[in-house]
Design a binder for this molecule. Structure first.
Ligand SMILES: [Zn+2]
Length: 151
């Protein structure tokens, strides 16, 4: 990460150190919980997301805190890119979940539709996506498969 980080952040959530966010900071995914009790426990490997929505939230938060390793780890092997370069100039500043289907502890697949708000270089925008998740028939961990970008 570059050292030109002196300009103010557009969000209350800050990347505090190279080690990532503090456990007590508000989670970027917007649940109102502390990061450590929300997506942080998935990032650290202390727990696995129980639902497709939890995985989606934790992946959004991984983008927000720059955790590329978590994004790769939770990507289905069939669709996972070999490498992932996160755009350090991009700030993810808010997440709205607009719809879900299946994706609970009783399902093998699920979908989550969301709107993720970003700013970059003075511009701002929204990424709207309908994402697909699976955890296989054996009830394993949820994984991101792919998604359709919506206008
Ligand atoms: Zn969270």
């Amino acid at each position: 990460m570059s050292r030109r980080a002196a300009r103010p952040r557009p969000t209350a959530f800050r990347r505090t150190t190279a080690q990532g966010p503090r456990s007590a900071d508000a989670c970027p995914c917007g649940t109102g919980q502390a990061y450590g009790a929300c997506c942080g426990r998935f990032h650290s490997g202390a727990a696995e997301a129980a639902t497709a929505e939890q995985l989606m939230r934790s992946r959004y938060t991984a983008f927000a805190v720059g955790d590329a390793a978590y994004l790769l780890r939770t990507w289905h092997p069939r669709t996972r890119p070999a490498v992932l370069h996160l755009d350090q100039g991009m700030r993810w500043i808010g997440l709205e979940i607009t719809g879900t289907s299946e994706g609970s502890a009783f399902h093998a697949t699920g979908t989550v539709t969301f709107r993720a708000h970003w700013t970059a270089g003075g511009e701002s925008g929204v990424l709207a996506e309908h994402s697909r998740f699976t955890r296989g028939e054996d009830g394993g961990a949820w994984r991101y498969v792919d998604g359709d970008v919506r206008d």
